[in-house]
Ligand binder design. Structure first.
Ligand code: PLP
Length: 456
């Protein structure tokens, strides 16, 4: 029998309540949170699509593995299971656990600081960009040409722009080239195998380290399997391994394709860099066999990484996102094409011609839509990346194995209704902001207070 379309490859054993709220109530919640969805208590969110990071449901195998956690300070058995699982998947010899992806970034990029002035990327994720900035790197995003056109159906928009990459490698002193797979900030799009390979070869030619931000390596592998004919008969594990084989090193947040609630890791081939990273790890996160994680976390990650490569899981994961994307498109919501892996992105500019970028339309949309529906989404636009960022996207990230189709049907229905009042959406302004990563904590208010008729 062929695979049943979109049937979850699991049953639900344990449930968590979600609380229904009214539009009136949420309006108050929103004002109290200064229109910043990161400042809203999760209890007041009905469907939480803020992020897919650490928000997934663990399997019974993972929950059982927790009990096996060896909490020894040094040389815990859990570490060796974690290490050998990751060695097998990546083929890299040196594995360093970290408490999240961002601490992996901080440690690895810190160790690369002396190698050059620039970091090049298809698109750096926001925490990577912030860490690069704090460490004094200059960064250059070199996304594919196709990325700019949100309507284009090009299957590998996560590719890096190879001509621009070569140019930058020729003219700048480069500490590393970071390939983010899948390209989270740019639409959750995958990079193709040939593009990753060509980028790796350029790095070799110009002697720059080739680094993978491999948070969604399994989803990227599945896209290559299903969108690149030469890989249709390869397993996701095999494709992932072929990609890792191209890289000098990688860092990963285990909160995505690690199917875990916390954790991350760095993988390296170079002995000197391994020593350097461990020296940076110990004062910051802890000894090199736990890296700020409990033994039980290492166990959950080891099991999660294996589960994320299962074909039934990946088929369900990617085709359910595609279904969600298709339903929104059918409802005339301007979504970024084609469907990404972990999220669907709304191109808010197309819905709000009456707002300019100084009105932060995507933040206004995300806030307004929360008030309307109780659905929490995430701005990826001028608030997250600054006024010079050209896109105004709202990301609906889908936690792994958490929501059913009826939950997503509620989101689809709500967006369809919300779209009808979006021409009244007010712009917002920033009333307070911190120095870095402002989107997490900034305060906002609706512009034009007196005539406020926005759909909050
Ligand atoms: C989530 C993420 C990170 C950072 O990982 P955390 O575990 O959240 O610190 C880095 N890069 C990408 C592409 C991510 O999606």
């Amino acid at each position: 029998m062929t695979k049943p379309f979109l049937m979850e490859p699991y049953k639900i054993k344990s449930t968590e309540p979600l609380y229904f709220t009214t539009r009136e109530y949420r309006k108050k919640v929103l004002e109290k949170a200064h229109l910043n969805l990161f400042l809203i208590p999760a209890r007041d969110v009905m469907i939480d699509l803020l992020t897919d990071s650490g928000t997934g449901a663990m399997s019974q195998a993972q929950w059982s593995a927790l009990l096996r956690g060896d909490e020894s300070y040094a040389g815990a058995e859990s570490f060796f299971r974690f290490e050998s699982t990751i060695q097998k998947i990546t083929g890299m010899p040196h594995i360093i656990p970290t408490h999240q992806g961002r601490s992996a970034e901080r440690i690895l990029l810190g160790a690369l600081k002396t190698r050059g002035e620039y970091l090049l990327s298809n698109t750096l994720f926001d925490t990577t960009r912030a860490n690069a900035g704090l460490l004094g790197f200059k960064v250059l995003d070199l996304p594919s040409e196709e990325m700019k056109d949100t309507k284009s159906e090009y299957p590998f928009k996560g590719n890096i722009h190879l001509e621009k990459l070569e140019q930058a490698l020729q003219t700048h002193s480069v500490a590393g080239v970071i390939m983010t797979i899948t390209n989270n900030s740019g639409g959750g799009h995958p990079a193709d195998f040939e593009n990753i390979k060509a980028a790796a070869e350029l790095c070799k030619k110009y002697k720059a380290p080739f680094i993978l931000d491999a948070c969604r390596f399994a989803e990227n592998a599945w896209f290559i399997k299903t969108r690149n004919k030469s890989f249709q008969n390869h397993s996701p594990r095999d494709i992932a391994r072929k990609i890792f084989d191209l890289a000098d090193m990688c860092y990963v947040s285990a909160k995505k394709d690690g199917l875990s609630h916390i954790g991350g890791f760095i993988c390296l081939r170079d002995n000197q860099l391994f020593t350097d990273c461990k020296n940076r790890l110990i004062p910051l996160l802890g000894f090199s066999t736990y890296g700020g994680l409990a033994g039980r976390d290492l166990e959950a990650i080891a099991v999660g990484l294996e589960e994320a490569l299962e074909e039934d899981y990946l088929h369900y994961r990617i085709s359910s996102t595609a279904w969600f994307h298709g339903e929104l498109k059918a409802a005339s919501i301007p979504v970024v094409h084609p469907a990404g892996g972990h999220a669907v992105y709304i191109d808010v500019k197309k819905l709000t011609p009456h707002l300019s970028s100084s009105d932060h339309p995507a933040q206004a949309f995300a806030a307004g839509f929360y008030g309307f529906s109780g659905v929490r989404s995430c701005e990826i636009g001028s608030v997250m990346f600054g006024e010079s960022y050209s896109q105004e996207l709202v990301r609906l990230a889908i936690p792994r194995r958490v929501y059913t189709r009826s939950h997503l049907n509620y989101v689809i229905e709500s967006l369809t209704q919300f779209q009808k009042e979006v021409q009244h959406l007010k712009g917002i302004e920033i009333t307070w902001q911190p120095e870095v990563l402002r989107h997490f904590t900034a305060h906002f208010k609706w512009k034009d207070k007196t005539a406020h008729t926005s759909p909050a």
